[in-house]
Design a binder for this molecule. Structure first.
Ligand code: FA5
Length: 341
């Protein structure tokens, strides 16, 4: 058999075709398929080189037979290249859909944002209202000395009013000299000692008493103290300030009244009540004209200056504003309760 017989060329064409077909099958991606396609279509590729070798066959019939075989192999390879390229395009589209798909039913767990407790909210609102009326904010320590909590507020050791403020003493220094403050009034003295009149101050903070918890009492609660010291301050200024505050904080349907009362550190003294839209009166705090002895304790000359002071229970204000039945509910840390506000 000569080198260029129909049989030998057919076998070689078949081998070259099989090699091309398996190379096409093994391509990993579109770019390697493109490179392989360029390789197979090169002039000197194994299959293409058979075209020139065909000329060496002796008979026309042999040339025709090998030519048909070559055309069939070439078109089979072209079809395989096309099919493989469609396969790559399809899987590329599928991967892209997978990559870019948006699941609109997916629930993202977002972090829940907390908010301030209603007593903090009330304190901040009170501060805003009083700042609007021209007051400045001051603060004092929760652990106080007997001097600031009682003595300087015209309550000497034997004063019966001290029993109303029975509190927790700390085992520190002289016996019964350091205590958890029973009201925010000691901050009045601290402000008088460090500021110069005219003084328009509010002093919010936490206070402590040996009170048994009930619907309107807590052993730890919050007050906001007010202090005004200036020349020519009268009880009318006190009443006017309290009425403007009531309307600004609770709304225009609320009104206030002052009832005669007694505090050792104010003279005259009054209780401050507000009237709700349903006609009920609620006690919110005490107030009065600053006692001359208190002005003196604070280093202010009572002959030159006069002033008024007030102290409100913030917890009770928050309770009223949000119509909470029982003050204890605000401190049980029940999220179902707290999330309402
Ligand atoms: C005082 O504490 C005075 N320092 C107020 C004052 C300041 C008078 C300046 C004059 C001049 P009283 O003990 O009444 O006063 O308390 C004031 C307010 O705190 C009460 O009206 C009430 O709203 C609130 N309060 C008192 N005890 C409790 C308690 N256990 N729980 C919640 N709120 C309370």
């Amino acid at each position: 058999m000569s080198e260029y017989s129909v049989e030998s060329m057919s076998a070689a064409i078949e081998t070259a075709k099989e090699a091309a077909m398996s190379a096409i099958k093994n391509t990993a991606d579109l770019s390697s398929l493109r490179a392989l396609s360029a390789e197979l279509n090169k002039k000197d590729s194994p299959l293409n080189s058979f075209k020139s070798e065909m000329g060496n066959l002796s008979s026309v019939d042999d040339k025709r037979a090998v030519g048909q075989l070559l055309n069939a192999a070439t078109s089979e390879i072209a079809v395989a290249l096309e099919d493989r390229s469609i396969e790559f395009a399809d899987s590329e589209i599928a991967a892209r859909i997978e990559r870019e798909s948006l699941d609109l039913t997916e629930l993202l767990v977002s972090r829940r944002r907390g908010h301030s407790h209603i007593v903090t909210q009330a304190t901040q609102r009170l501060e805003d209202v009083f700042i609007g009326l021209g007051f400045q904010i001051a603060e004092g320590p929760e652990v106080e000395t007997d001097f600031y909590n009682f003595e300087a507020l015209n309550m000497p050791k034997s004063h019966p009013a001290r029993s109303e403020f029975d509190t927790m003493f700390l085992e520190y220094g002289e016996t019964n000299s350091i205590l958890l403050r029973t009201h925010t009034s000691p901050v009045q003295i601290r402000v008088m000692k460090s500021w110069k009149p005219p003084i328009y101050a509010i002093m919010p903070g936490r206070v402590f008493r040996r009170d048994t918890p009930d619907a309107t009492h807590m052993p730890v609660f919050h007050q906001i103290e007010g202090l005004v010291i200036d020349r020519g301050i009268t009880f009318a200024h006190l009443a006017g300030t309290i009425e403007s505050f009531t309307k600004a904080f609770f709304g225009s349907e609320f009104t206030s009244r002052l009832r005669p009362s007694f505090f050792p550190f104010t003279e005259p003294s009054a209780e401050f009540d507000i009237r709700r839209a349903d006609g009920e009166w609620i006690e919110l705090g005490g107030c009065g004209m600053v006692h001359p002895n208190v002005l003196t304790s604070g280093g202010i000359d009572p002959e030159e200056f006069s002033g008024f002071a007030f102290g409100f229970g913030i917890d009770r204000m928050a309770k009223e504003r949000h119509k909470v039945e029982d003050i204890r509910e605000m401190y049980t840390n029940d999220l179902r309760f707290l999330r309402q506000f």
